[in-house]
Design a protein around this ligand. Structure first.
Ligand SMILES: Cc1cc2nc3c(=O)[nH]c(=O)nc-3n(C[C@H](O)[C@H](O)[C@H](O)COP(=O)(O)OP(=O)(O)OC[C@H]3O[C@@H](n4cnc5c(N)ncnc54)[C@H](O)[C@@H]3O)c2cc1C
Length: 392
């Protein structure tokens, strides 16, 4: 019987496990994959998250591998509409950190391995949870074996129990199915916009700045990455799963005039979905990260929001374990605060996506006025706070 089992060894599950292990909680992570995912996903790590990574003891390692984005600019029709500098921000991390998600995850996994050797069980998929009142049993996903094989091993009605814990955290991501399996509903918070992206060699033209091109045909975004790479993301009229790199290169050139270098990168297309769970706490089962709230990648908040769940949940769970009588109130506070943050993040992402949609004539001129006003003092400090997730 563990204190806590986390289902899902993505960035949120592993960070939470690190924070719990630091507090002396007996925690284990069950992860379906046997190999890390190398998909191009999150790159932006915001200042509040850097502080959390500091608590987990990995901020220096992340900084050593990453690029620091100290400013961002907004352009339209070849003109600069505004510029944001993050260096005026207070605190230890007056910048946004860019590091591919698979590298961040590798740093976190190495840290967890140090804190709790063998605390990560890979190749274990969890199919169902049974809250028994005083603890939760975790049932394996239906494997290719028969129920008879499982029952011979003494399972639960022929199903294999892969762990038991006083609390279970579902951190199985946006595509995870455990939230639905335990009967927690979720509702859509908008979305539907589609994008194409790829990581190109960096020509150095924009230094370490992030650049947003608000163009007639739709937004193009560009962010520096470590090792001389740069991510380019373009809004597309529809999902383009079969698009080639040449298609993305032509799209960026057509909208912005920027000629990207040729390379062997494979572009990926995605369609934005935003969802929020009806609750993040159900008895001894808790949700964290994308399992609780799926937020548009535009604005780069999803992983960061999940990490802020982790930093709120670690002390709440530690307290619930030590003071069972106060558990319900403590965990209700986690649910309230984190779903509120998710709603703010979803609204902000909705605004970011709306600003990036195709615009012409009066709409385009109005949008450019809004961008100019937002990127000029005193409103630019508000925008900087929003962009760096200071209020989540
Ligand atoms: C194109 C793109 C760009 C993005 N850019 C950014 C960005 O710049 N900044 C940002 O903050 N966010 C960004 N995001 C969002 C970010 O990738 C996610 O928010 C983040 O991965 C969520 O982490 P997680 O740990 O909650 O879930 P995941 O990363 O999805 O991890 C879930 C883990 O659970 C495992 N799992 C699933 N089901 C089971 C099961 N039944 N049993 C056991 N294990 C299971 C999975 O194998 C996986 O390893 C981006 C996303 C995309 C798609």
């Amino acid at each position: 019987m563990r204190d806590v089992i986390v289902v899902g060894g993505g960035p949120v599950g592993i960070l939470l496990a690190c924070l719990l292990a630091e507090r002396g909680v007996d925690v284990e992570v069950l992860e379906r994959r046997t190999e890390p995912s190398m998909l191009a996903r999150a790159i932006g790590i915001h200042p509040p998250s850097m502080r959390v990574l500091g608590q987990a003891g990995v901020a220096e390692e992340v900084l050593a591998r990453a690029v620091r984005i100290e400013a961002g600019s907004v352009q339209s029709g070849g003109r600069t509409l505004g510029r944001l500098s993050f260096t005026q921000m207070t605190g230890r991390f007056p910048f946004v950190v860019a590091l591919p998600q698979h590298e961040t995850e590798a740093v976190l996994r190495a840290r967890f391995e140090k804190l709790r050797p063998d605390g990560l069980r890979s190749g274990v998929g969890v199919g169902m949870l049974h809250d028994r009142g005083h603890h939760v049993d975790l049932i394996a996903e239906p494997a290719l074996e028969t129920a008879d094989d499982a029952s011979e091993r003494g399972g639960d009605n022929g199903l294999e129990i892969v762990g038991s814990a006083r609390y279970v955290v579902i951190a199985d991501g946006a595509r995870g199915q455990l939230r639905d399996a335990v009967g927690i509903a979720s509702r859509p918070l908008g979305g539907g916009d589609t994008y194409l992206m790829a990581d190109y060699p960096d020509t150095g033209e924009h230094g370490t700045e992030a650049v947003l091109f608000f163009e007639r045909g739709g937004v193009v975004e560009s962010f520096p990455l470590p090792n001389g790479r740069r991510r380019w993301v373009a809004m597309t009229p529809t999902l383009m799963p079969d698009a080639s790199l040449a298609d993305l290169t032509a799209l960026v050139h057509g909208r912005t005039g920027v000629q990207l270098p040729t390379c062997d990168a494979v572009p990926s297309s995605f369609s934005v979905r935003q969802r929020l769970a009806a609750t993040m706490v159900q008895g001894r089962v808790l949700l964290a990260g994308d399992a609780a709230h799926e937020i548009s990648p535009i604005g780069g908040q999803g992983m960061n929001l999940g990490w802020l769940d982790a930093v709120a949940l670690a002390p709440a769970l530690t307290h619930a374990l030590a003071q069972p009588i106060e558990a319900r109130v403590t965990l209700a506070g986690y649910d309230r605060r984190r779903r509120r943050s998710a709603r703010i993040a979803a609204r902000q992402a909705g605004f970011n996506m709306a600003m990036g949609r195709p615009a012409r004539g009066l709409r385009l001129r109005l949008r450019n006025v809004v961008v100019r006003v937002l990127a000029t003092p005193p409103l630019n400090s508000l925008l900087t706070r929003a962009f760096t997730m200071r209020w989540l």
